[in-house]
Write a protein that binds this ligand. Structure first.
Ligand SMILES: [Fe+2]
Length: 241
């Protein structure tokens, strides 16, 4: 009996410890009731060091952005999942692509926190210094925008013109056409609620938390610096999908 009690105690602690990686301790305790009936989301590792984008994006910004801002979207999304059984067993893409088909009480959380989780997970994969545009990317951008320089000018203009917080995207629409768009807050063009839909190829986070420590109010400097850390190898991969 003692052994069984010890085992149960250890199992409980193990589950609680595992859950604590995904949520606040109080929430993790609450979420135990739903296991194994809910899919919980997890902060993905960057896959590179926080200082590897210096001097264009500083280490402190990367660390806070990843461990505080992105983690907050994951935690709040998990809170929403815990509250609503309709959200159990859904992938992140299923949630954001079909947000209107979920209960109304959960839609804002899917849009804001699900969007925040998807957008940041995508953004981290797009960052690496020292890469060059690939052949498919160069051809597609030249055909659509005239030249790489003209594309950059148009993209920067969209990022600077976005009022408040949001994202600017290069996306491919259903017909395969490349388009630059901006979305407010944590929206993205995959969402069913997006007025212009498509598949993101490039995305830049233009929330102040992405650049304020180093660039303060100079969003233009941050957007120009972005070209030095854009992982063109990933862009080439997304362009070919
Ligand atoms: Fe962000």
């Amino acid at each position: 009996m003692t052994k069984r009690r010890d085992f149960l105690k250890q199992s409980s602690l193990l589950s609680f410890g595992t859950l604590s990686a995904y949520a606040t301790p109080a929430l993790a305790k609450e979420l135990l009731h739903f296991l194994p009936h809910a899919t919980l989301f997890e902060l993905p590792p960057l896959g590179y060091a926080y200082d590897s984008l210096e001097p264009f994006i500083d280490a402190q910004t990367m660390q806070i952005h990843h461990t505080k801002h992105h983690q907050a979207y994951v935690t709040k999304l998990n809170e929403a999942v815990a509250k609503d059984p309709a959200l159990h067993h859904q992938s992140l893409e299923q949630l954001i692509r079909n947000s209107n088909s979920f209960p109304e009480a959960s839609r804002a959380a899917i849009r804001n926190h699900g969007g925040g989780h998807w957008n940041h997970s995508f953004f981290w994969t797009l960052l690496q210094k020292g890469t060059q545009p690939g052949k498919v990317t160069t051809l597609a951008i030249n055909n659509t925008f005239g030249s790489m320089e003209q594309f950059k000018v148009a993209f920067e203009k969209a990022a600077l013109g976005l009022f408040g917080s949001g994202w600017t995207w290069l996306m491919k629409d259903a017909s395969g056409k490349l388009t630059i768009i901006s979305t407010p807050n944590q929206d993205n063009p995959l969402m069913d609620i997006a007025p212009q839909k498509g598949t993101p190829i490039i995305g830049i986070d233009v929330w102040e938390h992405a650049y304020y420590l180093k660039y303060q109010n100079k969003r233009a400097d941050y957007v120009q610096a972005f070209w030095n850390v854009l992982n063109w190898n990933k862009v080439e991969e997304f362009m070919q999908k």
